[in-house]
Write a protein that binds this ligand. Structure first.
Ligand code: BES
Ligand code: MN
Ligand code: ZN
Length: 496
């Protein structure tokens, strides 16, 4: 883990200095004020940048020797463009931190002492300083150690507001990174039981109550969705419940996560290429786990229950067959026409269980449909729900948290496509707008009296492309920051 502190002085291996495009008719980069450089150091850096043709465009990174500029071995100038906002700060700090893999100490001087800006720089920097090396063997030649120590330059490093801002950044970054670790962990090392145990371990570290349902208990209590999906695997399914109950909470939030530790599709087997990234199919559950931990660490005044619906979707001899009929927790029956539409089956069980306790708001998170990525691309999640106001409030929370989410409708005309000849419901329906069809299925398992939002993160949960900003390749941790923000907004009365 990268350490984080605030500092007013520069003495470091790498000094990162924010630059902006020069004003007026001048060309090149201007060092932002309040970046801790002397007049001489500033001029020397601007001359070097000019010689190198730097323009200070957003995300532009220019490295120069530190000698004569500041007490640093190397100076990295990072462009913020002409109109930077907090999101610019998070992303550029992330890009720079990524470029500093192998570096020990860096000081980020972004030219603002505003606590919100400092939090953004710290969060972006910590998120960018991420590598996943748990499974690297002795053949590694690349430098794989993430930046070890991150200092944020500010005028008043001892102030309470700065301390709060950096603590928040550290808690959020740890939650997002722990989510990435779980997503990146290969399924051979993360069975449903292992995921449940990891959740229990995390919970106990942070004073949360945890309950795990074994396969036998799930069967006895009628969780027919989770057990049906899990029955084709030798690694049995689990349901996890986490409780955070702070004093003085007035509202309650249930978070439900899809925890398919590997999705082969089951008997409706996926083609090989579609399976390559399917270790990410537990990203929803991992996000819920780490969001509950972060909410507890931040001491937010809202009751939170986390539900992790964990199973491995395999085509074993005991696997469910297309046309099997299963009974979801609470008694409704589903004809499983496609065993690859398994997320909605495990979530149906968990949503019914979550709703039994009548929380003020239920939010589920799932890598539910390939159609999600088709509709919104790989960087934006879809938000749906049974209550437009709650859905829009979740989108607003996401925006405030710096995650890209977009509202989608749940058209009623999709519902008949889920009718079954033999059961209450079929698990597949209209293919066009398949993200919404999946959500319309889930809506059937939430009482209309409870506000519910559904986040489909199938596209953004896993980055198969190049890293960008503070987002690495592989697991991204997308949705954790939104869930924490939803809890905060609920606690502070900005919700239903
Ligand atoms: N886990 C997949 C969805 C997915 C696809 C997540 C790509 C991340 C990237 C889900 O279980 C699935 O297979 N959905 C099917 C649903 C269909 C059978 C109705 C899909 O999208 O094809
Ligand atoms: Mn599937
Ligand atoms: Zn799946």
């Amino acid at each position: 883990m990268t350490s984080l502190n605030a500092t007013a002085t520069i003495s470091t291996d790498v000094l990162v200095v924010a630059v902006i495009p020069a004003a007026g008719r001048r060309k090149g980069a201007t060092v932002r004020p309040d970046t801790g450089l002397t007049a001489v150091g500033r001029r020397k850096l601007e001359e070097a940048l000019s010689a190198l043709g730097a323009t200070a465009a957003t995300g532009e990174i220019t490295r120069v020797p530190g000698s004569g500029i500041a007490k640093a071995t190397m100076v990295v100038a990072v462009g913020l463009g002409s109109d930077p906002n907090v999101e610019t700060l998070r992303r550029t700090a992330g890009s720079v931190a990524r470029s500093l893999t192998g570096t020990r100490r860096a000081t980020f001087a972004f030219g603002s002492s505003d606590p919100d800006d400092l939090e953004a720089v710290a969060l972006g920097g910590l998120l960018g300083a991420y590598t996943f090396t748990a499974f690297k063997g002795t053949g590694t030649t690349q430098p794989t150690t993430a930046l070890k120590a991150l200092s944020i330059l500010t005028a008043d490093p001892k102030s309470e507001a700065v301390r709060v801002a950096l603590d928040r950044a550290a808690v959020l970054a740890e939650a997002v990174k722990a989510t990435r670790d779980l997503v990146n962990t290969p399924p051979s090392a993360l069975s449903p039981a292992a995921l449940a145990d990891a959740a229990k371990q995390r919970a106990s570290e942070h004073g949360l109550k945890a309950r795990i349902w074994t396969e036998k208990q799930l069967r006895t209590e009628g969780f027919g969705g989770i057990t049906a999906v899990g029955q084709g695997s030798v690694n049995p399914p689990r349901l996890v419940r986490l409780d955070y109950r702070p004093a003085g909470a007035k509202k309650s939030l249930a978070l439900v996560g899809k925890g398919i530790t590997f999705d082969t599709g089951g008997i409706s087997l996926k083609p090989p290429q579609a399976m390559e990234t399917m270790k990410c199919d537990m990203a929803g559950a991992a996000s819920v786990l780490e969001a509950v931990v972060a909410i507890a660490r931040l001491g937010l005044k809202v009751n939170v229950t986390g539900w992790l619906a964990c199973a491995e979707n395999m085509p074993g001899g005991k696997a469910q067959r297309p046309s099997d009929v299963i009974t979801i927790y609470g008694g409704r029956t589903v004809e499983v026409l496609n065993t690859d539409a398994e997320g909605r089956l495990v979530l149906a069980d968990a949503l019914v269980a979550a709703a039994e306790e009548k929380p003020d708001l239920i939010v589920d998170v799932a890598t539910l449909t390939g159609a999600q990525g088709i509709a919104l691309g790989n960087r934006t999640a879809g938000v749906m729900g049974n209550d437009d106001a709650a859905r829009d409030a979740v989108v607003a929370s996401a925006t405030a948290a710096g995650e890209s989410m977009w509202p989608m409708p749940l058209p009623d005309e999709l519902r008949p496509s889920l009718d079954s000849q033999v059961a209450d419901l079929a698990n597949i329906g209209e293919r066009m707008g398949g993200m919404m069809t999946g959500a319309v299925f889930l809506r059937e398992f939430v009482p209309a009296s409870i506000s519910w939002a559904h986040l489909d993160i199938a596209g953004p949960a896993f980055n198969s492309g190049s890293p960008h900003g503070h987002t690495p390749k592989g697991g991204t941790g997308m949705s954790v920051r939104t869930l924490v923000r939803v809890a905060q907004d609920l606690a502070e009365g900005r919700f239903v």
